[in-house]
Design a protein around this ligand. Sequence first.
Ligand code: UGY
Ligand code: MN
Length: 252
Amino acid sequence: MTDSPSVHQVSASRGRVRAAYTLMCPENLVENALPHLEGVNAMPLATPRSLPARFGEYLLEFEAGGRSTRPLGAGFENFLYVLDGQGLVSADGVSHTLEPGGYAYFPEGVEFGIETPGATRVLWVKRRYEPVDGVAAPESVVGHVDDVVHHPDDTIGGTYAPLLPLDERYDMAMNFMRFDVGSRFKMVEVHHQEHGLYMLEGEGVYYLGDDHVEVSAGDFVYMAPYCPQSFYATGSARPSYLLYKDINRDGF
Ligand code: UGY
Ligand code: MN
């Protein structure tokens, strides 16, 4: 007997692409390389090649000693979030040590370098900044999810914590959202913004358009603009996810 996957195991995969969303699970991800990242498995979760994503989100798996070999992020604003391990991120001549839950945002025009002494996983989100006449440019932000305010929110049954300022200089939000055990959204959201959702902890059921899909830690969901959406927390621990959302712009 070989232990190659049987037809049954392959068809049991949860990953799927639908008109308004994609679900990518750890078992669906394929190793990938990107330029100027050495010792890094750089797996795209959403790019303009997927449904109409206007941003990129990548899961970067660094080996010990993995690193960027030249500055990254030119032409984009960039956001990095350390899932586990430790990331040494430098930009504008300043170095930051990011532990799990640590993050950094650099506006367009600020390139960054990253290296990891040990095995480390990082989420990288990038998009082209949409400037608006009369609105000042955003500033760099470096922080940790434990140091920001987690606002109670009855409509989602948990808390949301914006990791970036929400004022009109910023055209993207990265929100850390945590849900009470057994909670559910009080409404089905339909909105013009798109989402990149990375499940950090726990499990739940996501209502997406016409489907209910089970999600758990390590899953990624891309939601296109106007995708009906609602979350039910299941399991015995509080689920949480990191949510990209475009904000303060109408997409023209
Ligand atoms: O802010 C949001 O749009 C958020 N409540 N959506 C979501 O979690 N799917
Ligand atoms: Mn939403």
